[in-house]
Design a binder for this molecule. Structure first.
Ligand code: HEC
Ligand code: HEC
Length: 265
């Protein structure tokens, strides 16, 4: 009897986990399309995570460098540029990364539509404020009370780096959203840029948004990663592993119960 109850409890757990995974994803991506009044807010969250690093908080640009340019918003073409990227001048060494999942990016069609719903609010006086992307998680897990410089660095990471390199730099979708390898010259690469048109030079001397103080704060924050052990992100891999483990446990238990019954019969 105990085994049956245990089996049922595990089964319920599996069903719940299987249901809540997609449901949570659907929630994060926002309900239905169309004239959903929450679409601009969903779009603001997507914009905060993936776009403000280069284009500023309302598409006004963040510096003189070609990667940090203002967005000339044209709803007709914006969708395709966001989905598939754009490199109109290969000689300038910077480009707009393709963001659609179908093009090796991270965004669903729904999220791109939400982005457009957010961007049309620019200049209307009804633009929703940008949330700080996952800053709570970024700071809470790694730098509890470590001082102002780390907090400042974590904020810079959240708004300028997190979108492409993910939490604690484990990457999101290589090769355009790759893991961040912390080597001795990492800060130099952040300041001066890399070969990739998608990793622009963030240093102010190259027309980027980060001055020396900002780079120092970022450096202090990145250095803190080697002190604290990175935690699993419960919403991704860790969660999936849990679901699989629970599924296996349930199958084993249910199988055991059935076999025990057949033996008894
Ligand atoms: C690595 C920096 C970078 C990031 C991050 C980035 N962009 Fe861009 N974006 C660019 C560059 C550079 C161009 C110009 C590309 C060209 O003309 O070759 C551009 C062009 C555009 C354009 C075309 C219109 C115009 O003004 O030229 C739109 C629309 C746009 N970006 C929207 C977005 C949105 C929305 C996001 C977030 C999903 C985003 N960008 C993220 C660098 C970036
Ligand atoms: C638009 C996406 C994007 C953004 C935003 C971005 N990076 Fe990168 N980053 C890349 C890509 C792509 C590469 C790989 C470059 C290559 O292979 O040449 C890279 C490479 C790097 C490297 C070189 C070492 C390595 O791991 O390959 C460092 C260090 C780095 N990024 C740190 C940062 C930091 C810190 C920020 C925030 C200030 C940031 N990046 C923002 C896309 C991005």
């Amino acid at each position: 009897m105990k085994r049956v109850i245990l089996g049922l409890a595990l089964l319920a757990g599996v069903v719940f986990a299987a249901w809540s995974g997609p449901a949570r994803t659907a929630l994060a991506q926002g309900g239905e399309q169309g004239d959903d009044p929450t679409a601009p807010y969903q779009g603001a969250a997507v914009y905060a995570e993936f776009c403000q690093s280069c284009h500023g908080d309302q598409g006004q640009g963040r510096g003189e460098g070609p990667a940090f340019r203002a967005i000339a918003f044209d709803p007709e073409t914006a969708h395709d540029v966001i989905a598939d990227g754009l490199d109109s001048d290969p000689r300038d060494g910077v480009a707009m990364p393709p963001f659609a999942q179908l093009s090796g990016g991270l965004l669903t069609e729904h999220q791109i539509e939400a982005l457009l719903a957010y961007m049309v609010t620019w200049g209307t006086g009804e633009t929703p404020p940008l949330p700080m992307p996952r800053l709570d998680a970024i700071i809470a897990d790694y730098v509890p009370d470590e001082g102002e410089e780390l907090d400042a660095g974590a904020q810079i990471y959240a708004t300028s780096c997190y979108g492409c390199h993910g939490r604690s730099g484990q990457g999101r979708v290589p090769p355009n959203f790759p893991p961040l390898l912390l080597t001795n010259n990492a800060l130099t690469l952040v300041r001066d840029g890399t070969e990739s048109p998608y990793m622009p030079a963030f240093g102010a001397e190259h027309g980027g948004p980060l001055d020396d103080a900002a780079l120092e704060a970022l450096n202090a924050y990145l250095a803190s990663w080697t002190i604290s052990e990175p935690l699993e992100d419960p919403s991704s891999e860790g969660y999936g592993t849990l679901v699989i483990l629970m599924g296996v446990a349930a199958i084993v238990t249910v199988g055991g119960v059935i076999m025990a019954r057949e033996n008894a019969a």
